[in-house]
Ligand binder design. Structure first.
Ligand code: ATP
Ligand code: MG
Length: 396
């Protein structure tokens, strides 16, 4: 039986003139994600996107999994293609949805006829298919309000499709329609979730990671790469820039008051990130901070941090609780990696009593002991690059 994936677009159907751009980006993202899984035709018609396997080798199971992680999709269904003939549709429904219907106690049929040449109206199709299914599965009864299985029949210009309950898509809007931003990524729980959240709003990512060798290890950096690989299943591929940060940290430790260490370090992170971001064509910085979570995430500390840069800093998790962040990290598959115990550059030199309400002019005065420009320049010259999500080679 020939199958296909039918995709319903999310919010982007509402976007008026932008709709075309959004849809084109979504098609492009889908095609790229499906590379390496065989030959698929991906096309849009009558407000639905079709993913059609072109031959037996095309891996529809894998394609379905990928589709579930593409932003801009509100729901999708795997459907069987039937001849545009009522009895063929009836048989296809009974056969294709057999397992689902055997497990269910109630069902209803919803039909849509976009091919007006088809001789039955939508209510007639629903009635005929419903009657046939009741005959074939006598244990079933019809429930139009809250059925276990909703059998959908769509009679379109180029075929009839039958499917069961649709699956929820990843939501959001297509990556690439919302500009580009740099995510400051640690090995923690929060920043991968922040990366995912902002990508969900259509933003393409570059990742920036600060490492403190020899205090932080190669394996700590590899952990970050694995986290980003998970994020890239949703966001698409990205580049990670690793910044060696040890010298800056040692200088701060030596020349600035201990209680200001964290805030000054974070201002250096922001400044360095801003420069890398500009080079990479990014328009904003993203962090995984959430208000009040730790000393550096009070409103006053955040104000001091942001004063070091001109670029907008977005914090998608600012109003979320840890439990909510953890729940998302489970969902996107980053949690188990995040909790692996590797040292992070932030924890290496953490002071015992960080200032929770730093005052900007005092912080700036403390920083004047440092050669800010020289230190940033030095670490900028020693960054290294890792490609994330490019192992799916044929994607380009
Ligand atoms: P996370 O779980 O993301 O590490 P956190 O709650 O532990 O966050 P902090 O360690 O204070 O908070 O870091 C706050 C934010 O600063 C992180 O969410 C991340 O965006 C950024 N950040 C922290 N450490 C690094 C790092 N080593 N490299 C790049 N960015 C970092
Ligand atoms: Mg952290």
């Amino acid at each position: 039986m020939q199958e296909t994936i039918l995709i319903k677009l999310g919010e982007l159907v509402l976007k008026g003139l932008n709709r075309k751009i959004f849809e084109a980006q979504l098609l492009k993202n889908l095609r790229r994600r499906l590379m390496g899984l065989g030959d698929f035709e991906v096309k849009s018609a009558q407000s639905t996107i079709y993913v059609i396997p072109k031959n037996e080798e095309a891996d529809l199971d894998a394609a379905e999994e990928k589709v579930g992680k593409v932003f801009g999709i509100v729901s999708y269904s795997r459907a069987c293609v039937a001849e545009k003939d009522l009895s063929a549709i009836q048989k296809a429904a009974a056969e294709y949805l057999r397992d689902e219907l055997l497990d269910a106690s109630t069902f209803k049929v919803e039909s849509k006829r976009s091919d007006k040449k088809f001789p039955y109206t939508s209510p007639e199709i629903s009635r005929e298919v419903g009657a046939y299914l009741l005959e074939q599965f006598p244990h079933l009864s019809v429930d139009v309000h809250n059925p276990d299985v909703e059998v959908r029949v769509e009679v379109r210009d180029f075929g009839a499709y039958v499917h069961g309950n649709a699956r929820p898509g990843a939501g959001g809007i297509p990556v690439g329609t919302g500009g580009k931003a740099a995510i400051l990524i640690s090995g923690g729980i929060d920043s991968p979730v922040a990366a995912w959240s902002i990508a969900k709003r259509g933003v393409e990512l570059t990742a920036i990671h600060f490492a403190s060798p020899p205090y932080t290890s190669q394996r700590a950096e590899e952990k970050v790469v694995r986290l980003l690989e998970k994020v890239s299943e949703y966001s698409g591929r990205m580049e990670m820039v690793t910044v060696p940060f040890t010298h800056i940290q040692e200088e701060i430790l030596e020349k600035c008051p201990e209680e200001l260490f964290t805030i000054i370090m974070r201002r250096f992170m922001m400044r360095t990130a801003e420069r890398i971001a500009r080079r990479k064509g990014c328009e904003a910085l993203i962090t995984g901070e959430s208000l009040g979570q730790v000393a550096s995430q009070t409103m006053q500390a955040i104000a001091c941090t942001d004063a070091a840069v001109q670029m907008p800093v977005f914090r998608p998790l600012i109003g979320t609780d840890k439990a909510e962040i953890v729940a998302t990290s489970y969902k996107i598959g980053t949690y188990d990696i995040s909790i692996e115990p590797y040292e992070d550059c932030c924890t290496v030199f953490t002071p015992k009593h960080p200032r929770t309400r730093p005052i900007l002019h005092i912080v700036e005065a403390a920083e004047s002991a440092l050669d800010v420009e020289g230190l940033i320049e030095e670490c900028m010259q020693n960054v290294w690059y890792t490609r994330i999500g490019w192992h799916r080679k044929k994607e380009e």
